[in-house]
Design a binder for this molecule. Structure first.
Ligand code: FE2
Ligand code: FE2
Length: 151
């Protein structure tokens, strides 16, 4: 079982590949791609919030404020994503809103990958990283199931 950091980075890569498509998408393809973003991003963020961020705060208290910023970024991005999912893809402003959302997520991912996760990897044991990987996957599956039951 790969450790939690590998799992998180793999999710980020998958998300980035959808962003690349979204940046080039014709209006007709936008709703489906936004749906893909939601299905990847929302369970990933929930699992980070439930399992990973609390562990980081416990093991690396110095990262507490970065983790709190990360949490606020999750909420802001989800708000923008909901707005986009309800928008007409041809409406004026949608392109700009998509670009803004992608920019925010990229910034957030960079902060996790360059700052928060390396600090965590330095202080956590391999056993902790591996256990958290299992719990991260379970939390993501649960969040995904909750999402499906709502749609
Ligand atoms: Fe992440
Ligand atoms: Fe995150």
């Amino acid at each position: 079982m790969p450790g939690v950091i590998t799992l998180i980075k793999d999710d980020h890569k998958t998300l980035e590949s959808v962003f690349k498509k979204l940046e080039k998408a014709e209006p007709g393809a936008i709703p489906g791609l936004l749906q893909q973003v939601a299905e990847l991003l929302v369970p990933h963020s929930k699992a980070e919030e439930q399992v990973v961020y609390p562990a980081i705060k416990t093991i690396v208290p110095d990262e507490g404020s970065d983790v709190d910023d990360g949490l606020a970024e999750h909420h802001h991005v989800e708000h923008t994503l909901r707005e986009l999912l309800n928008a007409d893809p041809e409406a004026p402003g949608v392109d700009g809103l998509i670009a803004a959302m992608i920019g925010e997520v990229r910034h957030h991912v960079e902060e996790e990958e360059q700052q928060i996760l390396p600090a965590f990897a330095e202080s956590a044991s391999n056993q902790q990283l591996s256990d958290l990987g299992d719990r991260f996957t379970t939390a993501k599956e649960q969040a995904r199931a909750t999402m499906r039951s709502r749609t």
